[in-house]
Design a protein around this ligand. Structure first.
Ligand SMILES: Nc1ncnc2c1ncn2[C@@H]1O[C@H](COP(=O)(O)OP(=O)(O)OP(=O)(O)O)[C@@H](O)[C@H]1O
Length: 339
């Protein structure tokens, strides 16, 4: 679907002008086709240094495919990827060196249920041809400590809660120091407690200066965890902005409470002033609430115009559009807002 609103037009325009050459993740025209299907379509992703970047989009919108291309797990049909300032053109030595500084959780590692958390990480360490065996045990314990699992290090994996299992998976991505962490839907399938644990862990890692790219199909999660957001829809990146800017740029609506019944003149008055998408909802006790998008209409003209039209105004307020409104306008109906 093409971005329908003026909101989407402005945020996409911004994407094109954004020029941050120090960005830990930058793609240009990144595209992936599977047969006739375009899974990722001309994506210019820019993840600024130090950001917690929420890669948001409905299931099937192309997030995982994009992440797999970033990490060199599949090759793009066209377009380029720069990670930590270096072009990722193949599987050469320089690419491997860059990828050592990138921790990733795409499909979680397979953990052995009867081994402890610590023993599981040691197994993964032992399988890493680049790992220094002399520092292995210290690094395993540092990673366990980083995700708050040192006290449970000797417990068997199968006794771990869902949140602990996911934190162990993130620990496996932290066995060597990382400048960039890429997490694909890290809270998928977790209970609320596990989700909170992962969210806090991501905040802690970001506070230490690690840039984090985290994908999610849940708006509430991105709102709570991230400071930047990129929105995918049907393979296209339809918005990319700091979250605060997206909030600031959202169209405000006015809300009028009135007792005007019958042929209520409120809708017509607001529309005549230039407000758009006016809606009336009846409320108990002869009350009605009329809302409309403010657009560029001067606020101080509204109440006098309503009074002149003999609308009994019981209440008048301006409400900022929620991010949910913005994302629904970008990706259409059916976008999941929370889990
Ligand atoms: N290996 C593949 N072969 C064919 N089609 C694929 C392949 N991988 C992904 N696709 C298709 O590409 C599209 C994007 O999938 P992708 O997994 O990247 O989306 P997503 O946003 O990560 O969604 P989800 O959260 O459900 O994984 C989907 O229509 C999917 O069916």
């Amino acid at each position: 679907m093409s971005p329908p609103s003026d909101v989407s037009a402005s945020v996409v325009a911004r994407t094109a002008t954004e020029a941050d050459h120090s960005a830990p993740v930058r793609t240009r025209g990144l595209t992936k086709r599977f047969g006739h299907q375009i899974a990722v379509d001309d994506v210019d992703l820019v993840v600024p240094a130090g950001a917690v970047y929420g890669f948001l989009g409905p299931n099937g919108s192309g997030k995982t495919t994009t992440i797999r291309m970033l990490l060199g797990l599949i090759s793009p049909t066209s377009g380029t990827v720069d990670l930590l300032g270096a072009p990722m053109a193949g599987a050469g030595r320089s690419e491997v060196a860059v990828l050592r500084r990138v921790g990733a959780l795409v499909e979680g590692p397979a953990f052995h249920p009867y081994l402890s958390g610590r023993a599981n990480l040691r197994r993964l360490e032992a399988a890493d041809p680049y790992a220094d065996a002399r520092t292995s045990s210290a690094r395993v314990d540092a990673a366990l400590d980083r995700v708050g699992l040192l006290v449970a290090a000797r417990k068997r994996y199968r006794a771990y809660s869902l949140g602990m299992r996911q934190r162990l998976a993130i620990a496996s991505a932290l066995l060597v120091p990382r400048d960039l962490l890429v997490l694909d839907e890290p809270t998928n399938g977790l209970d609320p407690q596990g989700t909170r644990e992962v969210r806090h862990l991501v905040s802690d890692l970001a506070a230490d200066g690690t840039t984090v790219l985290v994908s999610s199909h849940l708006l509430s999660e991105v709102e709570q965890m991230c400071d930047h957001v990129g929105v995918m829809d049907a393979g296209r990146l339809v918005a990319q902005q700091p979250l605060a800017e997206l909030h600031a740029g959202t169209a405000a609506r006015v809300r009028v409470r009135t007792t005007a019944g019958g042929a209520d003149p409120t809708l017509a008055t607001l529309t005549a002033l230039g407000l758009t998408a006016a809606e009336r909802q009846a409320a108990p006790g002869d009350l009605a609430t009329v809302t409309a998008a403010l657009g560029g209409v001067e606020l101080d003209r509204i109440v006098p115009a309503l009074v002149a039209a003999r609308v009994p105004v019981l209440g008048f307020e301006v409400v900022a559009a929620s991010l949910e409104d913005v994302f629904v306008s970008l990706t259409g109906e059916g976008f999941e807002v929370s889990g």
